[in-house]
Write a protein that binds this ligand. Structure first.
Ligand SMILES: Cc1cc2nc3c(=O)[nH]c(=O)nc-3n(C[C@H](O)[C@H](O)[C@H](O)COP(=O)(O)O)c2cc1C
Length: 192
């Protein structure tokens, strides 16, 4: 069921780092991105696929994790991502692609979830990542998707209308994500 798949497709930030994600799986995820909608069908997104441990380590050092968890510096060695998909914009084709990016990354994260992988979009990226990837001038880094076998559990709950939307961790290090309730986000209904 689509609802269950979406429900379990949570941002995962701790992984079984030493369980590899093969290149074929990463390519299958990009195939899901490729089939997504694109404004004017320009398809300006490009992707860099990484599962080499030495490159993973260099990518990791440029990422920012879970800004609301102030006391947590990010995943420790052994629980870091086993793979990355870096989403790029080909600026020769379009000056921006935010809607395309949302569609592409959600398709990939749903596909990852179906494969038993966890993932997290990371927009907090330091400029040095460009040098790691040795990108041509026309390619701009938009977002990184961190991937791997999950080693954390994440649960959703409906927050009270107007309540705090910050995610948090309990004493057992389970991650909890409040979602605004349906009645809060339906701005209007026009019905017969
Ligand atoms: C565009 C975008 C950028 C994000 N950037 C980061 C990030 O830099 N670091 C991080 O740890 N999580 C990042 N996230 C994950 C969000 O924190 C996460 O989606 C949110 O807490 C809700 O949790 P959920 O994805 O499980 O629904 C990002 C999510 C989106 C959609």
């Amino acid at each position: 069921m689509l609802y269950e798949l979406i429900h379990k497709t949570r941002s995962c930030r701790r992984f079984k780092e030493h369980e590899p994600v093969d290149m074929g799986s990463l390519r299958q995820l990009v195939e899901l991105a490729r089939l997504g909608g694109s404004a004017r069908n320009v398809q300006p997104l490009k992707f860099v696929l990484i599962n080499a441990p030495e490159v993973n380590a260099r990518v990791f050092s440029h990422l920012g994790w879970a800004g609301y968890l102030k006391e947590w510096p990010g995943p420790e060695e052994g629980e870091r991502p086993a793979a990355y998909i870096v989403c790029l914009l080909d600026t020769r084709l379009s000056p921006e692609a935010d809607c395309d990016l949302g569609i592409a990354t959600q398709n990939m994260l749903l596909g990852a979830s179906e494969k038993g992988l966890g993932g997290c979009r990371i927009a907090s990226i330091s400029p040095g990542l460009r040098d790691v990837l040795t990108l041509d001038e026309h390619l701009r880094i938009l977002l990184v998707i961190a991937l791997g076998k999950p080693s954390e559990s994440v649960s959703l709950y409906d927050q009270e209308p107007g309540g705090d939307i910050k995610y948090w961790r309990d004493a057992a290090r389970e991650h909890h994500v409040p979602k605004r309730p349906l009645q809060e986000i339906i701005a209007a209904e026009f019905t017969a």
